[in-house]
Design a protein around this ligand. Structure first.
Ligand SMILES: Cc1cc2nc3c(=O)[nH]c(=O)nc-3n(C[C@H](O)[C@H](O)[C@H](O)COP(=O)(O)O)c2cc1C
Length: 144
C-alpha cells in the first residue's frame, strides 16, 4: 500500500494542530497508509511514497531536527527523487521555514513539490484547519 509520511515539529502546539488536520485529510483517502510522526530517520523518508513536513519558523529558521534530518539524508545519498512532497507550518511574522524546506526538497532531492507551502499565522482557525485537511487529501490522492 502506498504510504504518506507526515513529519512535524512544534514547540507550542500550533503546527501540531495543523499536522493532525493534514493527517485527517490524508486518512480520508482509501488505500493509503498514513504515518504521523514527530521524529524520522533518513530511511523513513526513503520508505515513504509522499512526504509532508510540518515545521514552525523560529528565528527565521526551520527547527534543528528537520535541518539535521535533511542534512543526514543528503550525506547518506538517499534518493527521494520523484516522490511527492508538501510543507506546512505555523509562524508569527516571516514564516520562512516551510518555504525553505520545500526549496531543499525540490532542488537537492528533486522531489515533486506541491507549492506553495501552507502557512498559519499562529494558531490555525477553522478555515486554516480545513485547508490542512485539503492538503492531506491532495497529497494522499497523488499516491494512490
Ligand atoms: C523565540 C521565538 C522566535 C520566533 N521567531 C520567528 C521568526 O523568525 N519568524 C516567524 O515568522 N515567527 C517566529 N516566531 C513565532 C512562531 O513561529 C509562532 O509562535 C508559531 O506559532 C510557533 O509554532 P509552534 O506552536 O508549532 O511551535 C518565533 C517565536 C518565538 C517564541
Amino acid at each position: 500500500m502506498p504510504t504518506v509520511l507526515i513529519l512535524y515539529n512544534t514547540k507550542t502546539g500550533n503546527t501540531e494542530l495543523m499536522a493532525k488536520a493534514v493527517e485527517e485529510g490524508a486518512r480520508s483517502i482509501q488505500g493509503v497508509e498514513v504515518n504521523l510522526v514527530y521524529h524520522a530517520k533518513p530511511v523513513d523518508l526513503q520508505a515513504a511514497d509522499a512526504i509532508i513536513i510540518g515545521v514552525p519558523t523560529y528565528n527565521h529558521r526551520m527547527t534543528v531536527d528537520i535541518e539535521n534530518l535533511l542534512t543526514r539524508t543528503a550525506v547518506d545519498h538517499i534518493s527521494l527523487r520523484g516522490k511527492t512532497a508538501a510543507a506546512f507550518g505555523s509562524y508569527g511574522w516571516s514564516g520562512e521555514a516551510p518555504k525553505h524546506v520545500l526549496e531543499i526538497l525540490k532542488r537537492r532531492f528533486e522531489m515533486n513539490i506541491l507549492e506553495p507551502p501552507l502557512l498559519s499565522n499562529y494558531k490555525p482557525d477553522d478555515k486554516k484547519l480545513q485547508e490542512c485537511r485539503d492538503l492531506g487529501r491532495k497529497v494522499a490522492e497523488a499516491v494512490v
